[in-house]
Design a protein around this ligand. Sequence first.
Ligand code: NAP
Length: 175
Amino acid sequence: MNTVLITGCSSGFGLNTAKSFLERDWNVIASMRSPREDLLPPSARLRVLGLDVTDSSSIRRVVETAGPIDVLVNNAGIGLATVFETTSMETVREVFATNTFGTMAMTQAFVAFTESLALELEPFNVRLNPGLSPETRFADGARRRMKGDVPEDYAGFVQHVFAKMGAGYLGYPAA
Ligand SMILES: NC(=O)c1ccc[n+]([C@@H]2O[C@H](COP(=O)([O-])OP(=O)(O)OC[C@H]3O[C@@H](n4cnc5c(N)ncnc54)[C@H](OP(=O)(O)O)[C@@H]3O)[C@@H](O)[C@H]2O)c1
């Protein structure tokens, strides 16, 4: 039986992905920063582990506890809905620490780079996800990080982007 490890399973795509793999009879390692057993249906095939992808000791513990896996789903991530000009470097670092270095660290710990392998894996029906999904709480977190710092000059642009996001489209197809 195959085993999948998913990051960021407390909500959204991560939670749904964990449910979906459970329904398909996989062994599921659902990782989240604050582990909660009650979010997923009880199953002998489910393990819930604590994992913060920005914390190398947390990653090490998960690698040791998880054992061999067949699939890694790098889902954990945070959003940022603002313009670059006025974004503090602290916020930039926060986003990169989670979305970029967290993903790289997890990938390095388990397998080769998923993103760079996407092209050569496509013929085998392996695809990267997601597009845009306004129905998760991703946008709420992204807006919180705006901290009201969009300059007036960008107001029209930002409004336009939010309108597109609301319609589930931002230059690429909705998931
Ligand atoms: N929804 C969209 O429109 C959209 C668009 C582009 C990309 N994405 C990407 O899709 C993925 C899933 O997002 P979602 O839409 O399902 O949003 P979501 O509901 O906010 O889920 C994000 C998950 O990531 C977890 N997370 C955040 N920082 C973490 C960390 N340092 N270590 C481990 N887990 C962490 C969160 O856990 P906590 O509960 O601990 O915060 C949460 O479970 C993310 O990578 C996001 O960047 C989504």
